[in-house]
Design a protein around this ligand. Structure first.
Ligand SMILES: [Zn+2]
Ligand SMILES: [Zn+2]
Length: 368
């Protein structure tokens, strides 16, 4: 079928809106008509070749839409169902068998290869192969093919056009706090970077009853939004006494800290801001080969922990419906992070996101 897609053809260049061909769903694939799709930092990083994803490619990995057709081996979703599309995974490696699919042994192959596992792409135009299947979806398009492992059925009374960001950015921030770090009642948390992931962490910290939530960022508007969403303290990231300020706010150090920047100097401060036996998690994407320096004796004698987290340790089919339930109850207002754009203004959305003008752009489809 002919679909409209935003094709990335060159590094760091605007995406081009084109009509291309999408293959019929295979027996184990699901055809989804996109209603909206979030834009995640990873899409920008892939456009700019932070990882060597092949081009031309259709990016996008926070899709929300309606099932049009499900292959005959697909169970659990049927035409008409509302779904979001999350990250993909193999389903049979040791991590997937442990319900830790964010650490799938073939995470790169299933999400970044731009091809199906058998080496084909479902997207083409005339004789030209266009890479697809990005995060098992390639959602910067009017239609996408996804898979039983990354499709999440959602309740029909929830506003579907808003739900895409739950599939990656919001799941990453909220899942880091709830599933990975397991922040609880009375804990203190310092969040480094108040973008969509960091602010989702702030929202989650409030849900689980953390009593002190410190947000650190360079952008005063984002710090103001962090306060509105539940941060009890905010600190300017350039403050030379940042670590001391966190200690002051948390009564001696944070029980948890969370880095969303991937910047080694920030990670150092996030670990140094911990209380005795505190734990720091990072989700920041950094160029391959980036190294971080930590104070070893500070880590060892204080019993501190430092760990990486992918996709909030979330099993999407379990976690995303919980976030939607909390949103519908008014307890998880992630809609305050979202700015809508029509799909054909995708390059404006990317530019505004890079400039820090918007927290979470969501593209609404204008054609079907
Ligand atoms: Zn796996
Ligand atoms: Zn993402």
């Amino acid at each position: 079928m002919r679909i409209q897609a935003a094709v990335t053809r060159a590094r760091a260049a605007p995406m081009s809106l084109e009509m291309v061909d999408l293959a019929e769903p295979r027996d184990d694939e699901i055809l989804v008509r996109l209603v909206a799709t979030g834009v995640c930092h990873t899409d920008l990083a892939m456009r700019d070749q932070a990882f060597p994803v092949p081009q031309p490619i259709v990016l996008g990995h926070e899709g929300a839409g309606i099932v049009v057709k499900a292959g005959r081996f697909v169970s659990g979703v049927s035409p008409g169902d509302h779904v979001v599309m999350s990250y993909n995974s193999c389903g049979h490696c040791p991590s997937c068998r442990d319900d830790e699919a964010g650490y799938c042994h073939d995470f790169f192959g299933y999400n970044f290869a731009g091809l199906r596992p058998d080496g084909t792409s479902p997207i083409s135009n005339g004789g030209e192969v266009i890479h697809g299947n990005f995060f098992g979806q390639s959602s910067f398009a009017s239609y996408a093919l996804c898979h039983p492992r990354n499709v999440v059925k959602v309740r029909k009374d929830a506003p579907l056009h808003l739900l895409g960001p739950l599939a990656c950015g919001v799941q990453t921030g909220a899942g880091a706090i709830i599933n990975a770090l397991k922040v609880g009642v009375g804990d203190s948390l310092a969040v480094f970077g108040a973008g969509s992931v960091g602010l989702s962490a702030v929202l989650a910290a409030k849900v689980v009853g953390a009593t002190t939530v410190v947000a650190v960022d360079l952008n005063p508007e984002r710090l103001a939004l962090a306060r509105e969403l539940g941060a009890t303290h905010t600190i300017d990231g350039v403050d030379p006494d940042l670590v001391a300020r966190v200690a002051e706010a948390t009564g001696g150090g944070a029980t948890f800290s969370f880095d969303t920047t991937g910047a080694p100097a920030v990670i150092r401060k996030a670990v140094d801001s911990l209380a005795l036996r505190g734990e720091c998690g990072t989700v920041g994407a950094a160029p391959l080969g980036t190294e971080v320096t930590l104070d070893l004796m500070g880590l060892m004698t204080a019993g501190r922990k430092f760990r990486g987290i992918v996709e909030g340790d979330a099993t999407p089919q379990v976690f995303i419906p919980v976030l939607i339930e909390l949103f519908m109850q008014g307890r998880f207002p992630f809609d305050k992070l979202v700015t809508f754009y029509p799909f054909d203004r995708i390059n404006d959305a990317l530019r505004d996101s890079e400039a820090g003008k918007v927290v979470k752009p969501v593209l609404r489809m204008t054609v079907s």
